[in-house]
Design a protein around this ligand. Structure first.
Ligand code: FE2
Ligand code: FE2
Length: 238
């Protein structure tokens, strides 16, 4: 784990050191924030009975929209445009491809089935938020050493919100379902994340090495290509 940790530190430092690479990676985070607007089964607030949970979900949704604006401003300050990316470059879409669970709520569903789907959405969101928060911790550390203070300010604000999202979504799953069922649901979403992480990270690393070759440090391009190949290999063996 220590080695993986060191590689991630170096990777985020290399990304932040180059404005084009930095903008491309901030764009990946931005597309994840915008994903709820591209689908019809995120934040199923209408199916939530508990008014406190419904309010927390509405606040969560508003936070994600605020994050879109923060990332867009950071990308603009780096002198780069915000890019629309196809679904296969958006982590939320990739994790959905690997997920055995669904969270789509249908109006004709019985109450307990609706509750189970709401819990499934919150479990999906919890696992996603946890991954994003982990990634942002590495990214923030690199941004703190950058010349322009704005990306660090934006990423720190996003990270604070994501940590809150990690916590309430976890509690809500256990509030909605019996303990064993909640734990099993979270484990299922965790398995999807583990596969999606290898799939998404290897693809994006390969793509950015190919599309933005000149922006990576010459000395580490080969090493990062090898890292992407190892992640692909692990995914196919898992
Ligand atoms: Fe966010
Ligand atoms: Fe979030």
């Amino acid at each position: 784990m220590f080695l993986i940790d060191r590689i991630k530190h170096q990777l985020h430092q290399d990304i932040v050191a180059d404005p084009v690479l930095h903008a491309r990676v901030l764009n990946l985070y931005l597309c994840g924030e915008a994903y709820p607007h591209a689908v019809n089964d995120y934040f199923p607030v209408a199916a939530v009975r508990d008014p406190d949970l419904a309010e927390a979900m509405r606040q969560h949704q508003a936070d994600e929209d605020k994050h879109i604006a923060l990332y867009a401003k950071a990308i603009q300050k780096l002198g780069e445009p915000v890019q629309q990316l196809p679904p296969e470059h958006i982590f939320n879409h990739v994790i959905r491809q690997h997920s055995a669970e669904t969270w789509h709520v249908e109006p004709e569903m019985a109450d307990d089935q609706r509750t189970r789907r709401v819990a499934s959405f919150l479990a999906h969101a919890h696992i996603l938020e946890k991954r994003v928060a982990r990634s942002l911790e590495y990214h923030l550390e690199a941004c703190n050493r950058a010349a322009d203070p704005y990306p660090a300010k934006a990423v720190a604000a996003v990270l604070g919100d994501e940590q809150r999202h990690v916590s309430y979504t976890h509690d809500a799953v256990f509030h909605l379902l019996p303990r064993a069922e909640a734990a099993a649901l979270l484990r299922s979403h965790e398995r999807a994340e583990a596969r999606a992480n290898l799939d998404f990270s290897s693809n994006q690393l390969r793509r950015l090495l190919r599309e933005e070759t000149q922006h990576w440090p010459t000395a580490r391009r080969g090493f990062y290509r090898a890292c992407a190949a190892v992640m692909r290999g692990v995914l196919h063996c898992a």
